[in-house]
Design a protein around this ligand. Structure first.
Ligand code: PLP
Length: 425
């Protein structure tokens, strides 16, 4: 299982060098088989990558190859297939750790961000928080970074405080600093908002929090797939991410945590793999990170995620970001000419996620009619009810782009939007 993916971009750049203009993006797009299909007789325009990303053939083939030639459980068997499966799984951990600039033994593999944040909530926060303590959240969080904290607040008597936003959809940093009071024990913040595209200054935020002894949890779901992420440089305590938004399979993700936290935290889920020894008198838990990985993991999924990391690394995350910024600039320029269209989230440096409403048209009607034009966007509340409540709207449309989209698609999308708006009168 050590073969490199047969299909994928050839290495094009040194880390940090922006040569995105010299990449043949059409060839990159051709690596994604699904993007060739039609929907309702029209070429698919997939603008829903914030929801889940499409997969290059290299990832699909890695998963297929695992099941065809290597399938076995990890760590439990001494036979050849067992060691191949274990090696592949551990190699995925190492690749992901290198990609994020962290140590592999500080990376807990899990099903995704939702699991990762719940792990912190139940293993770190639940045993520590007490009445009088506070958890600091922001208005722009995804439900996955709100509801686990509400559950912990209910059980511990801690309270929740919320940092509000500026009109452009950036965090109100003065308010954030003012709310970092001594009773705040934990701050949970999105790296990039899944609705607004706002990229939060997590490095500065974590530095301020650390100075005040506040533990930080960064939700990296929408950052890792779209920009270079160096967790060590961010300086947080916990960083959660999800594999399916970064070209990897569903049901994969990770929690990075400082080792001292992982060592001090009790296990979250019990079962096989997370133990060294079990007797009815007591159980000795495995070392970290295995202490947090009970049960059979999504082995094939992580083989796919390793292929996704290879793919993105070969492309260069700085190039991915530059490409997506160019697509975003084009989309924003086109939308600025569109009468009666309101964009939610215009903070400088935002990611290629554009939430919008068109005057007189319901978000779901727009998305449904766009689907008939072959355009896949999301409409609704994007798992961010508190954010939409703050904007005073019931739903928005959201177009979210990735490097495999094209400038032609941006133009077709805007033309389709004009067309469906006319249909809606
Ligand atoms: N956080 C953010 C910002 C997200 O965009 C998402 C998914 O949309 C999640 C958390 C949850 O990720 P998952 O469902 O993969 O656990």
């Amino acid at each position: 299982m050590n073969e490199s993916p047969s299909i994928g971009p050839t290495p094009v750049t040194q880390p940090g060098a922006d040569v995105s203009h010299s990449i043949d993006w059409d060839r990159i797009r051709a690596d994604f088989p699904l993007l060739r299909r039609q929907v309702h007789g029209k070429p698919l325009i997939y603008f829903d990558s914030a929801n889940t990303g499409q997969k290059p053939a290299a990832v699909i083939e890695a998963v297929d190859d695992f099941y065809r030639r290597h399938n076995a459980n990890v760590s439990r068997a001494v036979h050849q297939l067992g060691s191949e499966a274990t090696e592949s799984y551990e190699s995925a951990r190492k690749k992901l750790a290198r990609f994020l600039n962290v140590r592999a033994d500080e990376l807990v593999l899990c099903s995704g961000t939702t699991f990762a944040i719940n792990l912190v909530a139940y293993s770190w926060a639940l045993p520590r928080l007490k009445p009088g303590d506070a958890i600091l959240l922001t208005r722009m969080e995804h439900h996955a970074n709100i509801v686990p904290w509400q559950l912990i607040a209910e059980r511990t008597g801690a309270s929740i405080k919320v940092v509000e936003l500026t009109p452009e959809g950036a965090l109100d940093l003065d308010m954030l600093h003012a709310l970092m009071t001594p009773e705040v024990k934990l701050l949970a913040v999105a790296h990039v908002s899944n609705v607004l595209g706002t990229a939060n200054p997590v490095r500065e935020i974590c530095r301020e929090a650390r100075r005040r002894g506040i533990v930080t949890v960064v939700d990296g779901s929408q950052a890792v797939p779209h920009r270079p992420v160096d967790i060590k440089a961010i300086g947080c305590d916990f960083y959660a991410l999800t594999g399916h938004k970064m070209c990897g399979p569903t049901g994969t993700g990770a929690l990075w945590a400082r080792k001292e936290h992982l060592v001090a935290m009790p296990p979250f889920i019990g079962g096989g793999e997370m133990i060294k020894e079990v007797s009815f008198d007591g159980t000795v838990y495995n070392d970290v990170p295995y202490k947090f990985e009970a049960g059979t993991p999504n082995i094939a999924g992580f083989v796919g995620l390793a292929a996704a990391v290879d793919y993105l690394e070969a492309l260069g995350m700085a190039n991915v970001e530059a490409r997506e910024q160019a697509l975003l600039a084009h989309l924003m320029e086109e939308l600025s000419k569109f009468d009666g269209l309101r964009v939610f989230g215009t903070a400088p440096g935002k990611a290629a996620v554009v939430s919008f409403l068109v005057e007189g048209a319901h978000a779901h009607d727009l998305a449904t009619l766009l689907d008939l034009e072959g355009v896949a966007i999301r409409s609704g509340q994007h798992c961010a009810h508190p954010l939409l409540q703050w904007f005073g709207v019931a739903a928005t449309c959201r177009a979210s782009l990735a490097f495999y989209n094209t400038h032609e698609e941006v133009e077709h999308f805007v033309a389709a939007l004009h067309k469906v708006r006319k249909l809606l009168g």
